[in-house]
Design a protein around this ligand. Structure first.
Ligand SMILES: *Cc1c(COP(=O)(O)O)cnc(C)c1O
Length: 395
């Protein structure tokens, strides 16, 4: 089975572009142009140059010796936490800001929940001197004050979404409304491998630098470019897509997708889409999502804001549905434990999202001669206040 997107944006039966009529001109322009632009030599030169000198790539592939010893196999960490702004998200926003420039756009919009994608977007807009408007639910603006301040310091305008539950879903609606009203000058930067075609494929390509580097780095370390498996956490699925990308059609390499179980899969407070999700349409694509029998989206829950999403990208729906990827879900409690464990074992404080990927090591079947790579998608500075609350239990 060959895993690849087709020209309509489908991975198997998942993907496509289910959008209101009024968005067709914007989305069709991107569909027509994204491959030609992103494969252009000048584009690649500028993209690669910024990844190297601004983001700080390549990110190291680090042999975690104490972790390896504990689990009785070989474990490498792909250090996306060392990127500028502290996570993998910047790989995508750099790619998209260059895409926007090539399309002649002078204004950027984005939506953000916890603010991480908003910060990564505000960063590249400052870098390019382009106007930036970030939509954010009014409740999220209150909950995520430090990231709101960061975006403002970087020169972005943060606009509150005051409708509905005043969270990510409402911010997304506001951003779409804005895009419909400003089709000529505005590019919408989506932060994960979700949304209508071509976003999932475009974002996966920008993030694929992660597995491109893994291949030569692992070869340098071990003499083989192929690990036994790759473990990554999945919110929308962009760090996982990047970490899997160049191994998708290599069935020898196991792909492990780690979701947030929240308080537990059956607790009613979870974001384990691959277990609880059914086929439907969300944010412009057909995928797996958590919904009621009559199609109302179920509010997701996770302790980590980046995994707190009711769907998964169509690539991941296809990988999991077809059996190519294994899904593991991890509770808040197990993720917190894994974060403290990694901090004490390796001197690395991971983002809460990333901590889910580490907790999956306790649920994996493996052999002593296996070599696994964990995608360390981000650093934990932003989660310190949550960690501090759990010092008494776990520290
Ligand atoms: C946003 C975020 C995620 C989840 O997003 P994906 O698109 O699934 O990668 C994971 N880890 C970190 C550190 C994040 O900031």
């Amino acid at each position: 089975m060959m895993i690849a997107v087709n020209d309509k944006g489908y991975y198997g039966e998942f993907g496509g572009a289910y959008i209101p009529e009024m968005l067709h001109p914007n989305v069709e322009e991107l569909q027509r142009c994204y491959l030609e632009i992103s494969e252009d030599q000048e584009f690649q030169k500028e993209f690669r140059g910024l990844l190297k000198d601004y983001v700080g790539r390549p990110s190291p592939l680090y042999l975690a010796e104490r972790l390896s010893e504990h689990y009785g196999m070989t474990i490498y960490l792909k250090r996306e936490d060392l990127n500028h702004t502290g996570a993998h998200k910047i790989n995508n926003t750099i790619g998209q800001i260059l895409m926007a420039k090539r399309l002649g756009k002078t204004r950027i919009i984005a939506e953000t929940g916890a603010g991480q994608h908003g910060v990564a977007t505000a960063t590249v807009c400052a870098l390019m001197g382009i106007e930036c408007i970030v939509y954010m639910g009014a409740i999220d603006i209150e909950r995520q004050a430090p990231n709101v301040s960061r975006m403002r310091m970087l020169g972005a305008e943060v606009r509150p979404a005051l409708s509905g539950s005043q969270t990510l879903k409402d911010a997304t609606n506001e951003a779409i409304r804005d895009w419909i009203s400003n089709p000529v000058d505005t590019h919408y930067i989506i932060g994960s491998v979700v949304g209508p075609h071509p976003y999932p494929d475009m974002v996966a390509r920008f993030q694929s630098v992660i597995s491109e580097e893994m291949k030569w780095q692992l070869e340098e370390h071990t003499g083989s470019s192929h690990p036994s498996g790759i473990i990554a956490c999945v919110g929308g699925g962009s760090n996982a897509a990047g970490a899997y990308y160049h191994y998708l059609n290599d069935p020898e390499v196991r792909l492990v997708a780690v979701e947030a179980a929240g308080h537990g899969i059956d607790s009613g407070h979870s974001a384990a889409t691959s277990v609880l999700g059914t086929k439907g349409i969300i944010h412009g694509s057909r995928t797996l999502l958590m919904q009621t029998p009559d199609g109302q989206i179920v509010e997701p829950y996770s302790i980590s804001a980046g995994l707190d999403y009711p769907g998964i990208g169509p690539l991941h729906a296809h990988l999991i549905d077809s059996g190519r990827a294994e899904a593991i879900s991890i509770t808040d409690e197990a993720a917190l434990k894994a974060a403290f464990f990694l901090a004490r074992k390796e001197g690395i404080i991971p983002a809460l999202e990333t901590a889910h990927a580490f907790a999956a090591l306790d649920h994996l079947e493996y052999n002593a001669d296996d070599v696994f790579i964990v995608c360390l998608s981000g650093r934990g500075d932003k989660d310190l206040s949550t960690y501090i609350k759990h010092f008494d239990q776990l520290g």
